[in-house]
Write a new protein. Sequence first.
Length: 135
Amino acid sequence: MKEIIAVVRINKVSATKKALVQVGAAGFTALKVMGRGRLVEDKAVIAERRATLLALAQKDDYNTEKLITKFLDGTRLFPRRMFTVLAHDEDVPKIVAAIIEANKTDYNVGDGKIFVLPVLDAVRVRTKESGDAAI
């Protein structure tokens, strides 16, 4: 039995939910979280992302530029969703693959992270079933 924790972009929540249902995940929980990953060190990627974000802002505003700078230099946290899924060991590869497929973008950064951890036990409150039967 494993716990799969996936941290994904806000705009990928619906696609992630749909992917988890389609792959047969027994159930999952989604939480609002804030965080950030590793800083991008490639100056070309940073410059390209900065230009894209400034173009999306569509106005020459100091506050917008300041926000984008904090967004790119690591001083600002990103809003994300964190999915927690309990799965049988044999289901983990297909669930992880479904999460990756739903969340991969062409942005080269910020697509999320997936962690797979062992679970010692689980208990269904209603029936008191434990172990794999509780999933």
